[in-house]
Design a protein around this ligand. Structure first.
Ligand code: NAD
Length: 358
């Protein structure tokens, strides 16, 4: 029997509860598809700071690098907001991504037919939306130097090198080749020099993918177009901060931020995680939506482990649960037959995923 080693990083807030449900679903499909998963837990974020004084202990990096993939919950919370920046949970996460070299964050946003009513946009605008945000993850303004602050001034720097743009552009074009073959590169080239370089390099790389149609859009227009007509997009290629913002916007098109998964890839080991944060406002109440994390586990099976049937099972299990009207609280007002706790919907999805006919 095939065996995989997965590093589990539960993190803070709702992190532990959503990861527990993803593990439940993973175990259910693994037993049907005849493979085994060993989980090794590592600390990151506020809980790691509390335990060892560092939001990213060395063992978390080495343990993750020694695994087949990382399944990640979420980190952060008010409790740690006043620590020096390098001790804050978010700094640990940024450092982690850099250490693992996961420069490409893939954020699919597709609307489940069963949830078209849950979108804040009109049904006819959102039905059939299926786009992929390809966000550069370890460069740009979140990492650029110089950065700092004094009493009266704060500063950060948006930097991209030709190499950084080249590798993320290749990812986007390759992904587009397996989709509708359209890439929209989003930047702010009318104002930022770094964006002009981005645009020039993306245009150069596009010549290697003649079948893919490339367009460019300024980020402010893209934010508007996403809510005006999201179906115009296939692959959105963009930098770190723009992708962060646009993918949160895309999540509301789909109904809830609790639905959207992501994969961070680029080097040997990928990190699979929901796009949302640790939601401290609802942590510990059993009302968080674990679907984004369960769908991230499906991406992990597909991209990192090559367990395509098991991934299909999870996707089918999520769809079936939604079709039957099971909803967590965030989606309770949208055609719910039954409002479920985090753990209940996890069990329902696990059951459907294991039993579904592919
Ligand atoms: P958030 O994504 O945690 O929450 C935003 C809103 O969405 C909240 O009202 C929350 O209750 C809701 N929400 C999020 N996930 C949900 C889910 N699965 N089910 C139901 N509702 C859900 O963003 P925030 O409030 O801006 O940040 C909270 C903390 O998370 C901060 O410390 C922030 O730095 C951190 N954060 C971490 C990550 C990460 O770990 N990758 C990402 C973003 C924010």
């Amino acid at each position: 029997m095939k065996k995989y080693n997965i590093a589990l990083i539960k993190g803070d807030g709702i992190g532990p509860e959503i990861i527990d449900e993803a593990v439940k679903v993973l175990d259910a499909v693994a037993s049907v598809e005849n493979f085994e998963i060993n989980y090794n837990e590592f600390l990151m974020g506020g809980c790691a700071y509390d335990a060892v004084g560092d939001p990213l202990p060395e063992t978390t990096i080495t343990g993750s690098l020694a695994s087949d993939a990382v399944l990640f919950g979420a980190i952060g919370g008010e409790k740690w907001d006043n620590l020096p920046r390098e001790k804050r949970p978010e700094s640990g996460l940024l450092r982690f991504r850099k250490e693992l070299g996961v420069y490409a964050n893939l954020r699919p946003a597709s609307v489940y037919d069963e949830l078209v009513n849950a979108s804040s946009l009109k049904t006819e605008i959102v039905r059939g939306v299926d786009l992929m945000v390809v966000r550069e993850l370890i460069g740009g303004i979140y990492f650029g130097e110089p950065k700092g602050r004094d009493e009266n001034k704060g500063w950060n720097t948006m930097v991209y090198t030709r190499d950084e743009i080249t590798r993320i552009a290749h990812q986007a074009f390759k992904i587009a080749m397996n989709r509708d073959k359209r890439v929209c590169s989003v930047d702010k080239a009318n104002v930022l020099d770094v964006s002009q370089l981005w645009r020039d390099v993306v245009t150069e790389i596009s010549k290697e993918y003649p079948e893919v149609e490339l367009s460019h859009m300024y980020v402010d227009n893209a934010a508007m177009q996403l809510v005006r007509n999201p179906k115009q997009f296939d692959v959105i290629l963009t930098g770190n901060i723009f992708g962060d913002i646009l993918s949160d916007e895309a999540s509301m098109i789909c109904g809830s931020i609790g639905l959207l998964p992501s994969a961070s890839v680029g080097n040997k080991i990928g990190v699979y995680e929901p796009i949302h944060g640790s939601a401290p406002d609802i942590a510990g109440q059993g009302i968080s939506n674990p679907i984004a994390t369960i769908a991230s586990a499906s991406m992990m099976l597909r991209f990192a482990l090559g367990e395509y049937k098991a991934a299909d099972r999870i996707d089918a299990g999520i769809k079936q649960a939604l079709k039957e009207g099971y909803r967590t609280k965030d989606l309770a007002q949208f055609d719910a037959k039954e409002v479920c706790s985090t753990s209940e919907i996890g069990s329902i999805i696990a059951n459907y995923a294991a039993k579904c006919k592919l």
